[in-house]
Design a protein around this ligand. Structure first.
Ligand SMILES: [Zn+2]
Length: 359
C-alpha cells in the first residue's frame, strides 16, 4: 500500500492532489462541454494526444497562443500522450528502432515520430506533463517482441529524458508485457534515467483481469513512492479504487464522457441508463443531492426526452454530471476510502450496464 494521503504532483498550472483522474480531451477540449464549464467545475487536469494536436489544430496555432492553455482557455494542467498507444490502432503504419510512422485516419496525413520529434511536439504544445514515446506491443505477442519493446523503449527514454523543458514534467513508461522478469528489467532501465514520474504501459490491452492485476501490483511496487505512478487508459470506479490501493496515482479514461454520450449517467448508487422507459414519468434528478447544473434543473424524464429527440444539449448535460460524479468519487478515493469502496462495489455489480474501460 502506497497511497499516502497528501501526495501531490506540482505542475506549471498548479499542484495536483493524488490520486487524480484525468478526463480525456483528445484535441484539447472535452467533447460537448465548453471550457468555461470545465474551469468552473474545478477540473484540475486533463489528457490530450500530442499527435492529434500536432495534426489539428496544429502546433503553430498553439505556439501563437503561448501553448495549449492559451489556445483552449483551460486553467488546469495538461498531460500529453506521445501517441505510442496508437500502435495498437489502425493509425499506426510502421514501427522500427527509429520511431513510429503514423497515419491520421481523418486527414490521411502521415507523420514519422521519433523520440526527438515527440519531445519537440510536446515542448511546443507546452503541456504540463509529457509522456515519452514508447513501443507497446499487442497482447499475445511473442517474448522476443516484448524484449525488443523493453530495449527500444529504454533507448527512446534515454533521448526523451535527456531533453529538459522548463515548466514541463517528463514521464517514462515501463513496458515488459506479461512477464515479471521483463517488467523488472524495464523498470530498472527506466529508473536509471531522469524522469519525474512513470507510467505502467502495455496493460489493459485485452488480457484477462487476473493477469493485469498481478503484473500491475508487482510493477507498481518496483517504482519508489516519491514518483507519481500512472496507469494510462484506465478510469472506471472499480479499477480506480482497486489500483489506487496498489499505489497508482494517475488515471485517465473516456469512461465518464463516452458513457454520458451513450445515455449512461454515473451515480453513487451505480450507473443509470437514461434510455430506460422506466424513467419516462420519473421527475427526480439523475442523483438526489448532486449539486451539478443538470441535477438542479433537469429530471430524468426531461433528459430522456432530450435523448429521444437527439437534442445536442443532452450530451453536455450528462457529461457534466458524470464529470461531477468523478470529482466526488476521486475525493472519496483520496480522503474517504471506505465510501469509495462502497461505490466501487456497487459498480462492480452493475458492470454490464456501462461501457467499461473504453479507451
Ligand atoms: Zn448531477
Amino acid at each position: 500500500m502506497d497511497n499516502k494521503i497528501g501526495k501531490e504532483l506540482d505542475t506549471a498550472h498548479g499542484s495536483l492532489e493524488l490520486p487524480i483522474f484525468l478526463p480525456v480531451a483528445t484535441r484539447g477540449f472535452v467533447k460537448a462541454v465548453p471550457m468555461y464549464k470545465i474551469n468552473e467545475m474545478k477540473i484540475k487536469a486533463m489528457i490530450s494526444n500530442s499527435m492529434h494536436l500536432a495534426l489539428t489544430p496544429g502546433l503553430d496555432k498553439l505556439e501563437e497562443r503561448g501553448g495549449i492553455n492559451g489556445f483552449t482557455g483551460f486553467e488546469g494542467s495538461y498531460f500529453t500522450d506521445s501517441g505510442g498507444f496508437q500502435i495498437l490502432r489502425e493509425e499506426l503504419v510502421k514501427i522500427d528502432d527509429n520511431g513510429i510512422l503514423f497515419q491520421d485516419k481523418k486527414s490521411g496525413n502521415s507523420m514519422k515520430v521519433t523520440p526527438e520529434i515527440s519531445s519537440d511536439i510536446q515542448k511546443r504544445i507546452r503541456s504540463d506533463v509529457a509522456m515519452m514515446l514508447d513501443d507497446c506491443p499487442p497482447y499475445g505477442a511473442e517474448d522476443a517482441r516484448y524484449k525488443i519493446s523493453v530495449k527500444r523503449t529504454y533507448e527512446w527514454g534515454k533521448v526523451f529524458s535527456s531533453i529538459k523543458v522548463p515548466g514541463q514534467k517528463r514521464f517514462g513508461i515501463i513496458q515488459g508485457g506479461f512477464n515479471y522478469e521483463m517488467r523488472k528489467e524495464s523498470a530498472s532501465l527506466m529508473l536509471s534515467l531522469e524522469f519525474d514520474g512513470f507510467a505502467i504501459g502495455g496493460l489493459k490491452i485485452g488480457e484477462p483481469k487476473e493477469l493485469t492485476d498481478r503484473i500491475l501490483e508487482k510493477t507498481v511496487s518496483l517504482i519508489p513512492s516519491q514518483y507519481p505512478k500512472y496507469l494510462m487508459g484506465v478510469g472506471d470506479p472499480v479499477s480506480i479504487y482497486q489500483y489506487s490501493g496498489m499505489g497508482v496515482d494517475v488515471f485517465d479514461s473516456t469512461y465518464p464522457t463516452r458513457n454520458a454520450r451513450h445515455g449512461y449517467a454515473l451515480t453513487e448508487n451505480g450507473p443509470v441508463n437514461l434510455k430506460n422507459s422506466k424513467f419516462s414519468m420519473d421527475f427526480s434528478p439523475i442523483e438526489n443531492g448532486c449539486e451539478c447544473e443538470t441535477c438542479r434543473f433537469y429530471s430524468k424524464s426531461a433528459l430522456r426526452e432530450l435523448l429521444k429527440n437527439e437534442d445536442p444539449s443532452f450530451q453536455y448535460l450528462v457529461t457534466i454530471h458524470n464529470l461531477d460524479f468523478m470529482n466526488r468519487f476521486m475525493n472519496y478515493v483520496r480522503h474517504n476510502r471506505e465510501r469509495a469502496k462502497q461505490i466501487a462495489l456497487i459498480f462492480s455489480k452493475n458492470h454490464n450496464d456501462v461501457i467499461n474501460n473504453v479507451q
